[in-house]
Design a binder for this molecule. Structure first.
Ligand SMILES: *[C@@H]1O[C@H](CO)[C@@H](O)[C@H](O)[C@H]1NC(C)=O
Ligand SMILES: *[C@@H]1O[C@H](CO)[C@@H](O)[C@H](O)[C@H]1NC(C)=O
Ligand SMILES: *[C@@H]1O[C@H](CO)[C@@H](O)[C@H](O)[C@H]1NC(C)=O
Ligand SMILES: *[C@@H]1O[C@H](CO)[C@@H](O)[C@H](O)[C@H]1NC(C)=O
Length: 434
């Protein structure tokens, strides 16, 4: 299941691991860009935990803090009048801190040897993670030369296990995104990307009339402040007398001290009444946007011909695999089941990859515990005064290594709990291979 399969219309499975070629076979199908001399290297690996050591081999990033630029070419095709399904698996087994986990589809004219981050692409799809807040599944689409990001936020699965990402674009301009063969979002291309200007806009020629009165209540204009209204809170004390020894030259002009005004009535306010001229809030008239022109072909791409991994990773170790391009949604789901599903989630409570990882984590914890005990013993025998400090450091190390992904794995467990027993044993190899 690594070569072109012909009896499904336009279906490509680009598995880096080909059963009929030597392990290095992927190198003849994938082209390393030479645009920069400093691109990170990929290797074929199933990683440090997996469901099946052979079947789970994929392209793994191996160098930290590098750009990667690798691509593979196939017969150009257009998805006109048909579904386009883009699917692959990605596993951030290193616990990615910041980096891409997406693929790009390029048109035929891409020079693979010179592919770089500015190379024109048609679709960019997949997870992108940086820090804790920034995790998005991108579905960026090139429409008439401009890139448009999906405007509905889709979150990635953040843990160290393999996940299956699927983008479906249909000729009726609807789309769906699935993660691990479960629908996470769907809708209309036109509504969830801003390819086209809005259908309806505020009439640019309409203006609120100057006399339009939006005040619901007003002060009664016919009311007047009574003449005898006392609105000074303080008045000069009428009984105060200038002291006899007041020297105007030395002390300045004498002023009587202020005392509270007994007749003070507070600030005068006219009564509030309903505004007889009130017209309600002015509503800007909405009209059809003259710039809007429906396009029945926003879903369509010509000459889709290269699949590329063009990314940046701070911490390497990500494994990409099971790339699939097809026009058949059901087949894609089945293929997902038979590749990702067959080695990752084989039934309720049977998740070989996850279980292998948990076993390793448990062993690592024990190893660290033993190490800690050994050190503590050593220190107890040696200098007494350094002990406290070192132990503190040690504990911090354990916590920081152990906590990654624990919360997300909890969430994961909840989700996976729902999964049912699935039929089929591995990919229908004999039938599908060439
Ligand atoms: C688009 O096509 C899909 C699959 O054929 C169908 O399920 C969906 O209802 C269609 N949506 C619209 C808006 O035509
Ligand atoms: C999504 O697109 C609509 C229509 O173009 C726009 O009004 C809205 O602000 C966008 N939302 C986001 C989150 O970008
Ligand atoms: C597809 O590629 C071929 C060969 O490069 C080119 O002749 C043709 O114009 C392209 N079609 C479109 C629609 O870009
Ligand atoms: C894929 O597996 C799920 C879960 O076992 C199952 O519900 C679904 O029907 C399968 N899909 C296909 C196309 O075989």
């Amino acid at each position: 299941w690594c070569l072109l399969i012909t009896y499904y219309v336009r279906m490509l499975i680009l598995n880096p691991l080909c059963l009929f070629l030597p392990a290095d076979g992927w190198k003849s199908r994938w082209v390393q860009s030479k645009h920069s001399s400093d691109y990170g290297r990929f290797q074929l690996s199933a990683g440090s935990f997996y469901g099946d050591e052979e079947k789970d081999k994929g392209l793994q990033t191996t160098q930290d803090g590098k750009f990667y630029a690798l691509s593979t070419r196939f017969q150009p095709f257009s998805n006109e009048g048909e579904n386009l399904v883009v699917q692959f698996t990605v596993k951030h087994e290193q616990g990615i801190d910041c980096g891409g986990g997406y693929i790009k589809l390029f048109p035929a004219e891409l020079d693979q040897g010179d592919m770089h981050s500015e190379s024109r692409y048609l679709i960019m799809f997949g997870p992108d993670i940086c820090g804790t807040g920034n995790n998005y599944v991108h579905a960026i689409i090139n429409y008439k030369g401009n890139y448009h990001a999906n405007n509905k936020t889709i979150r990635c699965r953040i843990n160290k296990l393999t996940h299956l990402y699927t983008l479906i674009i249909r000729p009726n301009a609807t789309y769906a995104v699935k993660i691990d063969n479960q629908l996470v979002t769907s809708g209309s291309l036109e509504e969830d990307w801003d390819f086209l200007p809005p259908k309806r806009i505020k009439d640019p020629h309409a203006r609120k009339p100057r006399k339009w009165d939006e005040r619901e209540k007003i002060e009664d204009p016919n009311e007047k402040k009574p003449e005898d209204w006392e609105d000074f809170a303080l008045i000069p004390d009428p009984e105060a007398k200038k002291p006899s020894d007041w020297d105007a030259e030395m002390d300045g002009k004498w002023e009587p001290p202020l005392i509270p005004n007994a007749k003070y009535k507070g600030e005068w306010k006219a009564q509030i009444i309903d505004n007889p001229n009130y017209k309600g809030e002015w509503v800007h008239p909405i009209i059809d946007n003259p710039k809007y022109k429906a396009d029945a072909f926003i879903y369509r791409f010509h000459n889709i011909s290269v699949l590329g991994l063009d990314l940046w990773q701070v911490k390497s170790g990500t494994i990409f695999d099971n790339f699939l391009l097809t026009n058949d949604e059901v087949f894609a789901e089945q293929f997902g089941n038979e590749t990702w599903g067959a080695t990752k989630v084989t039934g309720p409570g049977r998740e070989p990859e996850k279980q292998m990882k948990e076993k390793q984590d448990e062993e690592e914890k024990q190893r660290q515990q033993l190490e800690k005990e050994r050190k503590a013993k050593e220190e107890a025998e040696g200098a007494q005064e350094d002990e406290e400090e070192e132990e503190e450091e040690e504990e911090w190390e354990v916590v920081s290594e152990g906590n990654w992904g624990e919360a997300t794995e909890l969430r994961e467990e909840k989700e996976k709990g729902k999964q049912e027993e699935q039929g089929g044993e591995g990919p229908g190899e004999g039938k599908d291979e060439l």
